[in-house]
Design a protein around this ligand. Structure first.
Ligand code: NAP
Length: 258
């Protein structure tokens, strides 16, 4: 299917690895020029080189921490953008009683206020051009709380509320905002979480992965490529009537009818 977005320009945050990289690669495959970002310059340059070589699109790299004001200014200086994919690392796991006010502020800054600030910066330009697509990478924790990820549950709920209202305020201008909610995907983040479980329970990584896979009706972890393909579709010209949705990609793991 031709996604109809060849020649558009996208900012894909936190995209040297994992789900962000999957989104960048899928958009590039659709002919979208990219601005990619991550903190580590070497991995970012390598990811950009792979994507340029595979898809012959323009790729600019901006190595910085997108959760800081300076980082956001650096990526936004590469605009204007037709497409925005927000993403950043997830907060650390822990117990509800562990976290201080500073821990909550860090999580809210990274996973709620940063995507909100980026949307506030790019939406006026998209509305002026009567076309735009925003996809926020959030988490399954928005629909079904993950007990050890209380910081994520909290920050992402706030972002979800902002998107619910804002998406409906910009839709008449041809701009859509939607959230993609990953369940378990085979990325470094999943390896880190599985590693913590293996250590805490004294089991091997293989056992931790097998146990977690068994909780997913699909019987496996998702892939960054599958995730990226869904993101690219939401950014396509075919997805203009999908507004303010929270789309779960979890292999059926969340046991709910709706
Ligand atoms: P990942 O494999 O660890 O990749 C994270 C990417 O983001 C890397 O490119 C990393 O590069 C970059 N990054 C992290 N913090 C950044 C920052 N402050 N500024 C700029 N770039 C940053 O993670 P992932 O699995 O793709 O997860 C992406 C998001 O989805 C996270 O918020 C995660 O919590 C959420 N999620 C993931 C899963 C899953 O199963 N994978 C499930 C639910 C939710 P640098 O480290 O070099 O900056």
């Amino acid at each position: 299917m031709d996604l109809g977005i060849r020649g558009k320009r996208a900012l894909v945050c936190a995209s040297s690895k994992g789900l962000g990289r999957g989104c960048a690669a899928a958009l590039a495959e659709a002919g979208v020029d990219l601005v990619m970002n991550a903190r580590g310059a070497a991995a970012l340059a390598a990811a950009a080189a792979d994507i340029r070589a595979a898809h012959q699109v323009g790729v600019v790299t901006v190595p910085c921490d997108v959760t800081t004001e300076a980082g956001r200014a650096a990526v936004l200086a590469q605009g204007p953008f037709d497409i925005l994919v927000t993403n950043a690392g997830g907060p650390p796991p822990g117990l509800w009683s562990d976290w201080s006010r500073e821990d909550f502020l860090r999580a809210i800054d990274a996973n709620m206020l940063t995507p909100i600030a980026l949307m506030q910066a790019v939406l006026p330009g998209m509305m002026a051009k009567s076309w735009g697509r925003v996809v926020n990478i959030t988490s399954v924790s928005v629909k079904a709380p993950v007990p050890v990820l209380g910081l994520s549950n909290t920050a992402r709920a706030g972002l979800t509320g902002f998107v619910a209202g804002t998406a409906r305020q910009v839709a008449s201008k041809g701009v859509t905002i939607n959230n993609l909610l990953p369940g378990i995907h085979a990325t470094d983040r999943a390896v880190a979480l599985d590693g913590a479980v293996a250590k805490a329970r004294g089991i091997t990584m293989q056992d931790a992965i097998a146990e977690r896979s068994a909780t997913i009706p699909a019987g496996r972890y998702g892939t960054a490529a599958e995730f990226g393909a869904t993101c690219a579709f939401l950014c396509s010209r075919h997805a203009g009537f999908i507004v303010g949705q929270n789309i779960l990609l979890d292999g059926g793991a969340t046991n709910a009818t709706l």
